[in-house]
Design a protein. Structure first.
Lengths: 296, 146
């Protein structure tokens, strides 16, 4: 996301809106997207494939690492060189942080980062921003709360950094063990972002315009009992929303998949936008594919 | 002058006294065949106490200068010719550093795959570097010289 300033971000969102208005246009006919996803993914991988195909392009899926040449001991660099020979643009997900940048250097092709370790998930950030803009009519000046696992969630880190361009007040609500990392908060401070940290969601929920939920994973806790106690404090359900008196304009987001941190009884409320958020991934990825290939 | 003058070579002055021997390590002075003079805890108006290293008949490489800039950002370099200072510069970090620093993030691709490290200097003093691959920012003890 660091490569994108406010103007570039808004341009991507503008093109995404154009794509959503007319999703099936043969802008990328004759082009091939290579998908190299070396970590499990369903949504992001299929979203990229759908985006490319709806624009008239084709998709080559490198496949899960256990089925690919990695099993034969091929290096990452060699695998990238191989894939680059067959396509015009690459979408990559890899556990190594910085792998997407390395792939771009080696391949000489446009490379879109589909997630690199705990670092970034920029296409998720763009669809998150797009969702906020669509549901609020703007991004500027909103109060945005991040809930749950703020320490390990790359979607939180990416979105928090991106929102620093828009003058949003940011609120980080988590158990102590999963607080937002110091390097993120230092970065926000350097950008003049107003932010606060909370342990209790109910303390801040009434003032939020956006609540971005993340799942708290059991494996982050050494003690299962502690995990069970903690996760209940960070669960969002209809009763909590009614008890806290939230804004009518509150919109609740989640990068999905969810487990039980976001109750199904929230789904039918006007606050829930997480399914729309997931669908927004296609026009956003269409926009990025078209832009990196010089077609938008 | 408490430390003997050299005829030709390089003098690194105004080293933070505690960093003197780290600078000496960077320059691998123990393998040097020419005269080397190392002074530590010398009185200095600006630093209070300073270190100084004089190496006869040697010019520093850009990598050596950049490494010194990382651990002794106040240091000055004096090029000596025939006992005269012919050039004097303050060490300065460039905007980008390559090769000489290891990324402190074990999950960074540079620690998993053989490639040259690259960092953006986000702050000169005290130094802070951003890895251009994993984007993590490191400072202080996190900056590990290769």
């Amino acid at each position: 996301m660091r490569e994108f300033d406010r103007e570039k971000i808004l341009r991507v969102l503008e093109v995404a809106a154009e794509m959503e208005g007319d999703p099936r246009r043969p802008l990328l006919e004759g082009y091939v997207l290579g998908i190299m996803f070396l970590e499990p993914s369903t949504r992001t991988r299929l979203s990229f494939a759908s985006a490319m195909m709806r624009l008239g392009g084709q998709v080559l899926d490198f496949g899960a690492s256990e089925q690919s040449s990695f099993k034969k001991g091929e290096s990452f660099a060699d695998a990238v060189r191989m894939v680059a020979g067959y396509c015009d643009v690459i979408a990559i997900r890899h556990p190594w942080e910085g792998a997407a940048r390395l792939a771009a250097e080696i391949s000489g092709l446009p490379v879109i980062n589909g997630g690199d370790g705990a670092n970034q998930h920029p296409t998720q950030t763009f669809l998150d921003l797009y969702t906020i803009k669509k549901t609020h009519g703007r991004i500027e000046g909103l109060n945005v709360g991040f809930l749950g696992d703020l320490r390990y969630s790359r979607t939180v880190h990416s979105l928090a950094e991106a929102l620093s361009h828009f003058g949003c007040r940011q609120f980080f609500i988590s158990p102590d063990l999963l607080k937002a990392p110091r390097h993120l908060l230092d970065e926000l401070k350097d950008h003049g972002v107003e932010f606060e940290e909370f342990g209790e969601l109910s303390d801040v929920l009434p003032s939020l315009d956006v609540l971005y939920c993340t799942r708290i994973q059991e494996e982050r806790f050494a003690d299962r009992l502690e995990y069970e106690q903690v996760k209940s404090f960070y669960r969002v359900d209809r009763a909590l929303l009614e008890r806290c008196g939230v804004k009518d304009s509150l919109r609740i987001m989640h990068p999905l998949p969810r487990v039980d941190e976001l109750a199904e009884d929230v789904d039918d409320t006007p606050y829930a936008v997480y399914f729309q958020q997931a669908r927004n991934g296609v026009p956003v990825r269409q926009a990025l594919l078209a832009m990196v290939l010089g077609k938008a | 002058m408490q430390v003997t003058a050299i005829r030709d070579g390089t003098v690194i002055d105004h080293i933070d006294s505690e960093a003197t021997f780290k600078v000496a390590d960077i320059l691998q002075v123990q393998q040097e065949q020419n005269m080397v003079l190392v002074g530590m805890n010398l009185a200095s108006g600006g630093l209070g106490k300073k270190g100084i290293i004089k190496i006869e008949n040697r010019k520093l490489t850009p990598d050596e200068v950049n490494k010194i800039a990382l651990i002794a950002p106040q240091a000055t370099l004096n090029i000596i010719s025939d006992f005269e200072v012919v050039e004097k510069t303050q060490v300065e970090l460039p905007e980008r550093i390559e090769r000489i620093v290891k990324c402190f993030n074990p999950r960074c691709v540079t620690n998993q795959h053989p490639l040259m490290t690259k960092f953006e200097v986000v702050r000169s003093s005290p130094p802070a570097l951003r890895c251009l691959y994993c984007e993590r920012v490191m400072s202080g003890d996190e900056i590990i010289l290769k």
